[in-house]
Design a protein around this ligand. Structure first.
Ligand code: KG4
Ligand code: ZN
Length: 342
């Protein structure tokens, strides 16, 4: 069993603009000194989803005020910063470009190193703000609006992909379900709130993919929700429908995470990404990990959905091993490198 034990503690400025959150953070080691998030939810709400060009333009508008607030919050000046970490993959290319260009300008003018970070490694690293040492190896479940992956975290920065969704992400299943039920966008929190007091067994919904597997499929669930809404019409019981949808997603996530734990003889689990904010998921994971006597790490709510602090935390390992990037760093819609060498 290994713990992180990082010795160097540089002051890192971190930038995240991969989707619809403009975020800048300042971290020193595992300490998050500031983490400012400007959300574009209100902007994209009218379209029911993120419009890439609108997202990029909103990042341009929000970036400097968010940077200023993050520096003020950390009581730091740009001159104090020792490196800039920025999400350069995966994500919307136009949105990523705004953050990466800003990061390069800061690095160029202040002669400090640049660290290009994977958004997924950011989510995986969001548990590092926890004071208790992280146990390796552990199984990490990444669940967000764009991702559902089961990952074997062997050591900081060393990951193996064990399974993933074959179609929709878990967050997408929440969002699409909420949309069908007329609960708005993004839907995860709305489903959670409306599920309170609902009967989770009232509507039977499919879990997708039969048999023991560490992959996921949520497209059948989406279709089943559509059929349910068509069948029940105005008579649908919103609380029961939300509770049933949440229950189905949570049970699939818990079941497959525990299978990965067994298959890899791990003694710890991490749940990260926007959907890890879900209270029912956190509670079920706690119950199951408690029953098995294994450790569970979930990020604080502020580090679940997209934020720059997690990018700064991921950058620690890169900085410590001197993995800096050149100023011609590019942006990528996919992440082809994180699991490449495992
Ligand atoms: O990590 P994130 O901010 O963005 C991506 O990288 O995709 O995750 C956003 C997703 C959305 O699908 C949102 O509905 C979901 O996280 N989410 C939740 C909750 N809070 C956010 N899903 C379920 N329950 C929640 N409380
Ligand atoms: Zn994310």
């Amino acid at each position: 069993m290994e713990t992180t034990g990082l010795s160097q503690e540089p002051l890192i400025l971190a930038i995240e603009t991969s989707c619809d959150e403009t975020s800048v953070a300042v971290v020193r080691g595992r300490q998050v000194l500031s983490n400012v998030i400007s959300s574009q939810i209100a902007l994209h709400k009218r379209w029911g989803g993120v419009v890439p060009e609108a997202a990029a333009r909103a990042h341009v508008e929000a970036f400097l005020p968010v940077l200023q607030e993050a520096l003020q919050g950390a009581d730091a000046a740009l001159e104090d910063i020792e490196a800039v970490a920025v999400t350069n993959r995966p994500g919307l290319v136009g949105a990523l470009s705004v953050g990466v260009t800003a990061a390069k300008a800061i690095c160029y003018s202040h002669k400090i190193p640049l660290l290009g970070i994977s958004h997924l490694e950011g989510h995986l690293s969001s548990i590092l703000s926890d004071e208790k040492p992280i146990v390796y190896p552990h199984i990490s479940l990444i669940v967000s609006g764009g991702h559902t992956e089961l990952v074997l975290a062997m050591a900081p920065g060393q990951y193996r992909l064990l399974g993933q969704t074959l179609d929709d992400a878990a967050g997408e299943a929440f969002d699409k379900g909420a949309r069908l039920l007329g609960l708005g966008y993004p839907g995860g929190m709305a489903i959670q709130e409306n599920a309170v007091g609902g009967d989770p067994l009232r509507y039977k919904l499919p879990k997708g993919l039969s048999g023991p597997t560490t992959d996921f499929s949520f497209s059948g669930l989406k279709t089943a929700m559509l059929r349910l809404v068509e069948r029940e019409g105005k008579g649908i019981h919103i609380q029961d429908a939300c509770a049933s949808l949440q229950h189905t997603i949570v049970e699939v996530l818990v079941e497959r995470t525990l299978l990965a734990v067994d298959e890899n003889a791990c003694e710890a689990v991490a749940v990260v990404g926007g959907v890890s904010a879900n209270l029912a998921l956190r509670q079920r994971m706690e119950e199951e990990c408690g029953r098995r006597g294994i450790g569970l790490w979930v990020p604080p709510l502020s580090l679940c959905t997209d934020n720059a602090a997690m990018i700064g935390l991921a950058a620690l390992q890169h900085f410590a091993s001197g993995r800096f990037d050149d100023l011609d760093l590019d942006v990528y819609p996919q992440d082809d490198s994180l699991f490449k060498n495992s």
